[in-house]
Write a protein that binds this ligand. Sequence first.
Ligand code: SF4
Ligand code: SF4
Length: 307
Amino acid sequence: MSDKPQELVVISGKGGTGKTSIVASFAALADQVVLADCDVDAADLHLVLEPKIVRRESFSGGKRARIKSGHCIACGKCEEICRFDAIYFDGPGNGKVDKTFRIDPIACEGCGVCAWFCAEHAIEFEPAVNGEWYVSDTRHGPMVHAKLGIAEENSGKLVSTVRKEAGAIAQQRGLNLVLIDGSPGIGCPVIASITGADLVLIVTEPTLSGLHDLGRVADVARHFEIPGMVCVNKWDLNPEVAAEIERQAQDRHLTVAGRVRYDRAVTEAQIRKQSVVEYQSDGCAEDIRNAWACVERNLSAGANRNG
Ligand code: SF4
Ligand code: SF4
C-alpha cells in the first residue's frame, strides 16, 4: 500500500444538500483521519466539530494597489486606465496638489496596470492579505480550515493551501486519510478541491435541480479522472427522482454509496454541536454508517490498485 494518505472529497452541485452533515458523521466514523474544510466561501464544519485553533496563518491570494498620496501629482492617468473603476479623485492633498487619487481596495482587482503606468512611481503594488487559515484539534483528529476576508475572492488558491497543509499533517502523523469537505458547484474552488484526489463522493438531493447538478459535478470529476460515488440525501422526500438520480449515476459509472433518509435528528444534532452518528444510532445515522462502509470499501479497493 502507498505511504501517501488518500484523499476523499465530498462535494455537491450546490450548497444546502447536507454535504457538511455527512462529512461530520464520516469524521466521527473514520479512524486515522485529517479533516480539511475546503468549503472556504461558506465554511461551517467548525460549527459541529468545535475546533481548537493551534496554528493561525495569513493567506495572501493576490496583490493590491495603493497610492502613496505624498507622491501623487493628480495627473489622473491611473484613473483613466483602470478598467475596474477602482480609482477615485478624493485622496488627501499634499504640498503639490489639493487632492490626490485614491484606490478603493475592495474594487481593485490587483491587475497592476496603474502601478506600471504611474510616471511618479506613486503606486505600491503589494501582496494583499485575503484571509486566514488554521490548523486545529478536534475530537475526531486534526483539521485544517480557513476564512476568507469580506468580499475577498481567489478561494481556489486558499482551497489548495488547505488541502496541501492537511496532506502534510496526515503524512507527518502517519494518518492514512484526508477527508475533505469540498466546495459546492463546478467553479475554480471545486476544481481546486478535487484535482488529484483519490475518490469523490457527490451528495445530492432528490430534486430536479439535484438531478441536473449531478450531471455537472460528475462531468467535472470525470474530466479529472477521479473515481466518483453518489449519495442521495433525504431520498424519501421524492423516491422517484432519487431512483432516477441513481440510475443516471450508474450510467455515468458512478458507484451508488447509498441513500440517506430525511430525519429531524440532523437538526437536533447540529443544535447540540454533534454529528448525527454521535447523536443517535438509528434513523439516518444508520444510513450514513452504511454509506461510509461503502465509501471505505472503495477507498480500500483504490489503495490496493495504486499500492
Ligand atoms: S498616475 Fe500616479 S501621479 Fe498620476 S494620479 Fe495616479 S497615482 Fe497620482
Ligand atoms: S491594480 Fe488594476 S484594478 Fe487595481 S486600481 Fe490599479 S488598475 Fe485598477
